[in-house]
Ligand binder design. Structure first.
Ligand SMILES: C[S@@+](CC[C@H](N)C(=O)[O-])C[C@H]1O[C@@H](n2cnc3c(N)ncnc32)[C@H](O)[C@@H]1O
Length: 171
């Protein structure tokens, strides 16, 4: 079944109680996506004119590496950690952020939940491409139902062999 962006986003925004529920159930943070240099170089070559936003950035390792490579990057997380690699993680529910066409959103190793589809749809509908980084086994649930153009970019982007797809609006 193909999802309808307006319905998914509206449904998500109406259930704002999830923010509090999620914060109460997130006691610890780990780094999941550990980017390899090849991935950072691809980002530098592809998004040098863009603001990179890591949605659900957790400890912010990707943001830190992109900044070191000279990119404009920041992270947002519904529940920012106290010991992040960067000290300016925005505390916000990712589907509620105001994405725009001069940005590129990253969704890397997301924990399960409706926020994945809602975030990607909110960004893509705003003209903001999405870089999804995850395990091949999550492709079917996270990306396949989306009514967008999905291009495979690379495998082996991180220490756990994550794959990368670029999600954009169909022409
Ligand atoms: C599995 S961790 C991955 C963190 C990071 N991307 C990494 O690879 O290390 C998922 C992160 O998504 C965040 N998250 C979950 N739901 C979110 C939402 N609705 N908006 C923003 N962040 C969210 C969690 O707080 C957590 O930090």
């Amino acid at each position: 079944m193909t999802l309808k962006p307006a319905a998914v986003i509206e449904d998500y925004v109406r259930r704002s109680i999830r923010l509090m529920a999620f914060q109460n159930s997130m006691p610890t943070w780990s780094v999941f996506f550990e980017p390899r240099p090849e991935f950072i170089e691809w980002c530098a070559a592809t998004f040098d004119k863009s603001t990179c936003i890591d949605c659900g950035c957790g400890k912010g390792l990707l943001v830190s590496l992109l900044r070191h490579r000279g990119l404009d990057a920041f992270g947002l997380d519904i529940c920012p950690p106290t010991d992040a690699f960067v000290d300016d993680v925005l505390a916000i529910d990712a589907p509620l952020f105001a994405y725009s066409a001069h940005m590129t959103a990253f969704v890397c190793r997301p924990c399960r939940g409706e926020w994945i589809h809602a975030t990607i749809m909110r960004a893509v509908e705003s003209g903001c491409p999405v870089v999804y980084v995850g395990k091949q086994s999550h492709y079917a649930s996270d990306l396949e139902p989306l009514p967008y153009k999905i291009e495979h970019v690379m495998d082996g982007a991180g220490a756990d062999g994550e794959s990368v797809w670029l999600v954009t609006k169909n022409a």
